[in-house]
Design a protein around this ligand. Structure first.
Ligand code: F6P
Length: 360
């Protein structure tokens, strides 16, 4: 058996642990393993395809990033190309990719990625490719799995930031607004906000009103707590608002979400007259070493992906359905993205503890 591994979309801590576990599990079965560099670029002549051996994956399990590199601009079905006049168009290069994979003798691919990569995997499966998916994203927004790897590390990073903001906020009687990632899902904000004892948590799944946020801040003020910590997910909006975007994306790239914290801090300061500061945690959430939880989950996913290849589970994704790792059809996973359930016990517990979600 000759298999290949690819990592696509934004990086997430734990990618290398998946690569390592999948590679070693495959080699243990006597298979040959290749690594496709930068998403599918390596199969499109835009980058290389390298051998993955016991030596190549040695000592990488604890490292952030991906030794295979990645891209969020490499959808083979809508590949961005620049014309001589400088304009960009998108072309379908999937047949070329399939042909190149065949020429390299690749019999199956383990595709490690988020919703975008899984959608590409499904389209390639529909064209006859033999692909198994591994769910990766710090946003935790992939259905069918209790969690994606990278999420726990991102939450840990956000908690450390909240802890540090607490001491400076209290010293200055300030309101600190921390923006965390997550795109259209509020998991990072919710989990870090609750664990870090935030006072207000704003997520895309619960629409807020400025007056309720300000009331929560002033209520604290009246009871002698002169500072407040607000954690806002980058995709959170008020009842009338649209998601805050960061200018133009590069060709082939998804929209770039962000900027809500700065706007919110100004609006809260204008309304409450309390001094507000904002901070965007940004890509720190994607960097660094994976936590123990993410390392173990990644390792289990990598081993399960090799098993799924052995079982011929094409078009399936490995998933955590506690306490087991299972496989689920990617087509089912793609039906609806995972979002925070506002009735979930984490939200309910937070509300009962006095944390505001800005909606009442
Ligand atoms: O999907 C992961 C993620 O980190 C989102 O939380 C964030 O909006 C986005 O990727 C940022 O991507 P980029 O690498 O384009 O800045």
């Amino acid at each position: 058996m000759r298999i290949a591994i690819s990592t696509g979309g934004g990086d997430a801590p734990g990618l290398n642990a998946v690569i390592r576990a999948a590679t070693l599990s495959a080699i243990g079965r006597g298979w040959t393993v290749l690594g496709i560099k930068r998403g599918y670029f390596g199969l499109l002549g835009e980058d290389e395809v390298i051998p993955l051996t016991t030596e190549t994956v040695r000592g990488i399990g604890h490292l952030g990033g991906t030794i295979l590199r990645t891209t969020n601009r490499g959808n083979p079905f809508a590949f961005p190309v620049q014309s001589a006049d400088g304009t960009w168009t998108e072309i379908d290069r999937s047949d070329e990719l399939i042909e190149n994979a065949r020429n390299l003798g690749i019999q199956a691919i383990i595709s490690i990625g988020g919703d975008g990569s899984l959608a590409i995997a499904q389209k390639l499966v529909d064209k006859g490719m033999r692909i198994v998916g591994v769910p990766k994203t710090i946003d935790n927004d992939v259905s069918g799995t209790v969690s994606t790897f990278g999420f726990d590390t991102a939450v840990q990073t956000a908690i450390e930031a909240i802890d540090k903001l607490h001491t400076t906020a209290e010293s200055h009687d300030r309101v600190m607004v921390l923006e965390v990632m997550g795109r259209d899902a509020g998991f990072i904000a919710l989990h870090s906000g609750v664990s870090g004892s935030a006072d207000v948590i704003l997520i895309p799944e619960i629409k807020w009103k400025l007056e309720h946020i300000c009331e929560a801040v002033m209520e604290r003020d009246r009871t002698g707590r002169k500072f407040a910590i607000i954690v806002v997910a980058e995709g959170a909006t008020d009842e009338d608002g649209s998601v805050s975007l960061l200018g133009e994306s590069l060709p082939g790239q998804d929209r770039r979400v962000g900027g809500i914290a700065q706007r919110l801090a100004k609006a809260i300061q204008d309304r409450t007259r309390k001094e507000c500061r904002s901070m965007v945690l940004g890509h720190l959430q994607r960097g660094g070493m994976p936590t123990g939880y993410d390392r173990l989950l990644s390792t289990r996913f990598g081993g399960a992906a090799a098993q799924a290849v052995a079982d011929g589970k094409w078009g399936h994704m490995v998933a955590l359905q506690t306490p087991h790792i299972v496989t689920v059809p990617i087509i089912e996973v793609l039906k609806a993205p995972k979002r925070v359930d506002p009735t979930h016990d984490v939200v309910q517990t937070a509300r009962r503890m006095g944390i505001s979600f800005g909606d009442r």
